[in-house]
Design a protein around this ligand. Structure first.
Ligand SMILES: Cc1cc2nc3c(=O)[nH]c(=O)nc-3n(C[C@H](O)[C@H](O)[C@H](O)COP(=O)(O)OP(=O)(O)OC[C@H]3O[C@@H](n4cnc5c(N)ncnc54)[C@H](O)[C@@H]3O)c2cc1C
Length: 422
């Protein structure tokens, strides 16, 4: 059993974009992931004290550390029943990713609605004023304004605070949810197309149809430990948002794991920062790292979020270089822009004499979009792109087509199948 560390150890948080930092945080947090987490996880004690939550999401999101590693570490220290709450939270990430795989249309619609909302700001000066006041932390609601500034400064908000923030944005400030989701995605270190888009839709009553989340002053006062009390300032009703019906869901598709393909190059992206444990068809001959953080939004993505993702790719590349003995390609252009991925990949493949590129299967989001755009360019150049999915995604995503509770019921079986039983 490792030393649980003092609260000060766990509070002093700097999100270094390296796997070693993720492992260190996991080692110190895991002893607290049992009943202590279940009892105190909903408190937001402020940015100086993150001792009651894992704060692992920036690393998990970029897969510098894997869900399986986190679950394994926690279940080695706690019984399943003691750690059940934490385990469920980890499964929410795979649930949202899998749900979006079933309905990629939700991501495409969000992107197009967001463009409309941004144009709408140009047509409606009053709306633009309200939007800018919210984004800059000048809404007049103290807690909300503090959180808007914390988001920009740190790239992180506590889960409960994300729920309060989104609820106030939608139901008190009457701003379009897509603009709020965009603000989060541009600033969060863990900015994730699935958890973020679906988190906002969940608050607005679009995920579980008609079921909204209303932020209440008394709840905020209690769970911020009295730091804030917006009594009388918040909406008292949260009528569900509505939207046109969605197409029928489609089951997630996984490529067959490629075998015996000869020489290939490995593309490392911000979606998977652990290339050395991918189920690869051999040892790659060349390595390339690319990111699409800048594609998260038509607006500027924060330096904090962008540099975290870029450094995560760098960390992954150096581990891959060590594991495979292949030199990473030096690229001055880590974020080529969706249209430029095709020419960039063709250029790299030709220079390294490669006809096959392998990469971790990207979930719905900017990396998938960039690779889809690159597809015809690669095909024209005679280059094959193969994707390899992780067994965790293969196991979890197929069960994520409906509500979380359907997946939740399967957690013990899924853990068993992954060899992670307590
Ligand atoms: C409006 C809104 C937007 C969000 N946007 C994002 C986002 O862009 N990226 C992101 O990673 N998470 C997002 N979340 C989910 C959640 O808030 C964060 O994952 C969590 O706060 C991360 O902090 P933690 O690591 O300390 O979590 P812990 O409480 O320690 O939980 C452990 C792990 O479980 C997972 N997890 C916990 N809660 C959730 C959840 N609700 N959904 C999905 N996974 C979860 C995360 O991987 C987390 O690291 C959003 C939630 C809301 C309500």
């Amino acid at each position: 059993m490792v030393d649980a560390g003092t609260d000060t150890d766990l509070s002093a948080l700097i999100w270094t974009p390296q796997r070693s930092a993720a492992l260190d945080r996991l080692e110190r947090f895991a002893p607290r992931a049992g009943r202590a987490y279940a009892a105190r996880r909903n408190f937001d004690f402020g940015p100086q004290d993150r001792s009651n939550v894992s704060a692992l999401s920036p690393w998990i999101r970029h897969r510098l550390i894997l869900e399986e590693e986190v679950l394994s570490s926690v279940l080695q220290r706690h019984s399943f029943s003691a750690a059940e709450k934490f385990v469920q939270e980890v499964f929410w990430r795979g649930y949202f990713k899998g749900w979006l795989e079933h309905r990629a249309q939700v991501w495409a619609r969000y992107r197009s609605d967001l463009s409309d909302c941004l144009e709408g700001l140009d047509r409606d000066p009053a709306l633009r004023d309200r939007y800018e006041a919210a984004v800059e932390g000048r809404s007049g609601i103290d807690c909300f304004d503090a959180w808007a500034k914390e988001l920009v400064a740190t790239g992180y908000l506590h889960n409960h605070t994300r729920m309060w923030f989104a609820s106030i944005w939608i139901f008190t400030l009457h701003l379009p949810w897509q603009l709020g989701a965009d603000l989060f995605l541009r600033h969060l270190l863990d900015g994730d197309p699935a958890s973020n888009t679906l988190g906002w839709r969940w608050v607005g009553g679009l995920h579980t149809r008609g079921k909204t989340y209303l932020a209440r002053a008394s709840n905020i006062a209690r769970y911020t430990d009295g730091r804030f009390d917006p009594a009388g300032q918040l909406a008292t009703a949260a009528p569900a948002l509505s939207e046109p019906a969605l197409d029928a869901p489609r089951s997630p598709q996984f490529d067959a794991t490629p075998k015996d393909i000869g020489r290939f190059g490995l593309l490392v992206t911000e979606e998977d920062g652990q290339p050395e444990t991918l189920d690869l068809p051999g040892r790659p001959s060349a390595l390339l790292g690319l990111a699409a953080t800048a594609e998260r939004s038509p607006l500027a993505v924060s330096d904090v979020a962008r540099s975290f993702a870029e450094a995560a790719v760098g960390d992954a590349l150096s581990r891959a270089a060590e594991a495979f003995g292949a030199e990473p390609a030096h690229t001055g252009d880590l974020q080529p822009g969706a249209e430029a991925w095709g020419p960039r990949l063709v250029d790299w493949a030709r220079n390294r004499d490669l006809s096959v590129i392998v990469t971790a299967a990207p979930p719905v989001g900017p990396i998938r979009d960039s690779l889809t755009t690159a597809g015809p360019v690669l095909a024209d150049a005679g280059i094959t792109l193969l994707t390899v999915a992780r067994r965790y995604d293969r196991a979890v995503w197929p069960h994520a087509g409906k509500g979380f509770f359907q997946l939740k019921a399967k957690i013990p079986k899924l853990l068993n199948g992954l060899g992670l039983s307590a």
